[in-house]
Design a protein around this ligand. Structure first.
Ligand code: EPZ
Length: 422
């Protein structure tokens, strides 16, 4: 098991390149199931979640390799085992997004129920409702979802909204299934996240007929089959946002390469609101802070609102603001595993249900802390960069799920992060 030893406080200065999006790569890897041949995916990041998904595709019958350029090659000519095994799905909830493509390609799928995780309950009722609307028969057996559509799927007008708004992977599942359904499907209250737009663009490159991309209403004209494609995934806006906070929390300056500010307007709005400068620069931007951090309020919402995946990182930043900030988590109301750990570092956070009042303190103090989920762990690393002393972050494997060797990318800009195996 690896730990991080982080010396602080430091002031970051330099440049960091943002990798391809984990949350675009996973559903696009699932979409390769529909192609019935060899697709080539570019800019897929080297993360443990991606490795787990590669293994899952292999179990279905796909051949997953890397070419000399490091692109991911997925040959889905043969799918002879449409089963998403519990041992894999329980490790990574996103595996659920093989359900739609398997159902559309094979007429049958067995996928383990994903179960909950550190950020809270992760229901899939809207996924299943959407697939049933397309004509699938779905029942549960021993913790597995058994989905069947022996005569194929039929297009339908489907409302995919839930109590927390749209669902990202629910939209992905139904969108992928609808590409091969007979006739037209309308998905109302579709997720508008850039990762879903990227998936739709990839599916269209494979021969699908999807319009309304990026809007809450997706219209899909079913086609008989899809073909393999070559596709490059978009940059990871959550990784970019994490690096922006790294510059801000250390009162430093970072140039981010390969970062699409258009996908991050809510994030940039909050950074500028608290006194951080964000200036476009070539294919990325320069993020800097010199003065104090002003307090601000954040409410997480579906895109284009403020992303829940950056809530923890901004809480670390606001912990050092001159005044009180309020953070309301509307997507995953229990997504606060980082609160107790940041308080161990002398932050002053008070949780009231889905709301945290962040009373700014003058400084954070290093401490041994425990990583829990991917983004909470990133927040602890960011806090360690700014804290006085040596912060030890345990269970670094949580961070490796979503950030490729983060220490090797931040240390050249002035971070002092040492990875140790214990
Ligand atoms: C995706 O998860 C992301 N994961 C998450 O990022 C992200 O936090 C989340 O979207 C929200 O943006 C990937 O893309 C791999 P949802 P997803 O379905 O699709 C409720 C990270 O750190 N809901 O949009 O699973 C659900 O409980 C990860 O990279 C239902 O009620 O999230 C939640 O409250 C963590 N019924 C809300 O909707 C359903 O059937 C949004 O969840 C589905 C979801």
């Amino acid at each position: 098991m690896d730990i991080f030893r982080i010396e602080g406080p430091v002031r970051l200065s330099g440049s960091v390149t943002v990798n391809g999006s984990k949350n675009a790569s996973l559903p696009i890897m699932a979409a390769a199931i529909l192609a019935g041949g060899k697709s080539v995916l570019k800019a897929v990041p080297h993360l443990s979640d991606i490795s787990v998904f590669r293994k899952l595709l292999g179990q279905l019958g796909c051949k997953v390799t890397k070419n000399r350029k490091g692109d991911l090659c997925i040959d889905s000519t043969v799918i002879d085992n449409p089963v998403g095994d519990y041992e894999i799905v329980r490790k990574m909830r996103a595996s659920i997004c093989i359900l739609g493509p398997l159902l559309a390609r094979c007429g049958r799928a067995e996928v383990s129920m994903p179960g909950g995780c550190a950020i809270g309950d992760r229901p899939i009722n809207i996924h299943l409702r959407g697939l049933r609307e397309l004509g699938a028969q779905i029942h549960l057996k021993s913790g597995y979802i058994i989905a069947e559509a022996p005569n194929g799927l039929t297009g339908k007008d489907i409302f995919m909204g839930g109590p927390f708004g749209s669902t990202v992977l629910g939209t992905a599942n139904v969108l992928m299934a609808a590409t091969l359904a007979k006739g037209r499907t309308v998905i109302e209250s579709a997720a508008c996240e850039p990762e879903i737009a990227d998936l739709a663009n990839c599916l269209n490159k494979m021969g699908a007929k999807i319009s309304g991309i990026g809007s809450p209403r997706l219209i899909i004209e079913g086609v008989r089959q899809l073909r393999p494609a070559e596709f490059e995934v978009i940059p990871d806006r959550i990784e970019a946002g994490t690096f922006m906070v790294a510059a801000a929390i250390t009162a430093g300056e970072l140039r981010l390469q390969n970062c699409r500010l258009d996908d991050m307007m809510a994030v940039v709005d909050r950074l500028r609101n608290v006194g951080v400068t964000v200036d476009a620069d070539g294919d990325g931007c320069v993020v800097a802070r010199s003065g104090s951090i002003r307090p601000a309020d954040i409410t997480t919402q579906p895109y284009p609102g403020f992303p829940t995946d950056l809530q923890a990182q901004f809480m670390a930043l606001f912990s050092l603001a001159e005044g009180n900030s309020v953070i309301i988590e509307k997507i995953f109301p229990d997504r606060f595993m980082h609160v107790a750990e940041l308080n161990r570092m002398a932050a002053n956070l008070r949780k009231e249900g889905p709301t945290v009042i962040v009373a700014g303190v003058k400084k954070l103090i290093a401490a041994p802390v425990m990583a829990s989920d991917l983004r909470a762990s990133a927040a602890l690393v960011l806090a360690g960069l700014a804290a006085d002393g040596t912060t030890v972050v345990n269970r670094v494997y949580h961070i490796d799920r979503g950030y490729e060797r983060i220490e090797e990318r931040l240390n050249p800009a002035g971070a002092k992060i040492t990875r140790e195996s214990i």
